[in-house]
Design a protein around this ligand. Sequence first.
Ligand code: SF4
Length: 285
Amino acid sequence: MTSWQSLHTRHPRSWHENKFVYPVLSRRSQGISIGVNLNPDKVCNFDCIYCQVDRRSEAETKFVETEQLLVEIDHMLSLVANGALFDDEPFRDVPADRRRLNDIAFSGDGEPTTYRNFDEIIAAVADLKQRHALSAVKMVLITNASMFHKPAVERGLAILDANNGEIWAKLEAGTDDYYQLVERTKIPFRRILDNITAAAKVRPLVIQSLFMRINGAAPSETEIDAFCERLSEIVAAGGQLKLVQVYTVARPPAESFVTSLTDAELEAIAAKVRALGIGAEVFGA
Ligand code: SF4
């Protein structure tokens, strides 16, 4: 693996002196993604067994400093635009066709929609994107969908819609038992399904589905069939699903009993999704 290819799997959350903003060479978009970490305290309302956030060490930064975050995004947008990002190791070897800025992605070390002033920060970043005349650059929200019913989050989603936004919502179980096994949260599965359905009625969503081996066992056929039924129910209720991204663990996860599926296993899951008439893409380990 060359140094720029290894950037796909490293995704460090810090960049020089930055506290909240970091550049990533995104495998999924084949371009540069500017990551925004709205959860520097590493607190999340899920505790996914495959999570790649290192929670063994205490967070150095506890709170988002909005002004600082916007300064960092502003600076990063300039670094990509003027090419200075690519003077820097490890971005030096990124090929020319992957140097385009694809998106600003809200993800980070927890669930971004739990950020208290979610709508305000989304509005401020959208404004910054407009000031840089980057209307073609997407704003991607990577989310577990647990907070979509909150008014500030609903407002934030609407701002994303108006600014070339895309919502990537996590759904990786078909049954309540498997959901609890994987996500380890007090938030009911029904809440996630209802939130995804309601949001997908307003705009097409991308579904992110990480499947893995747990103690050596891949998800059962029954579980995958139930997962497909949940997707069908969302569509039957009027939800629009743009794409299902089927992927697996690519970096060391929280729990050592979690390992990756093979490309063939992921393809088999994607084929079942496609049989429903929903687009699916596979991203192997
Ligand atoms: S929702 Fe994301 S950040 Fe939270 S535990 Fe799961 S993988 Fe980690």
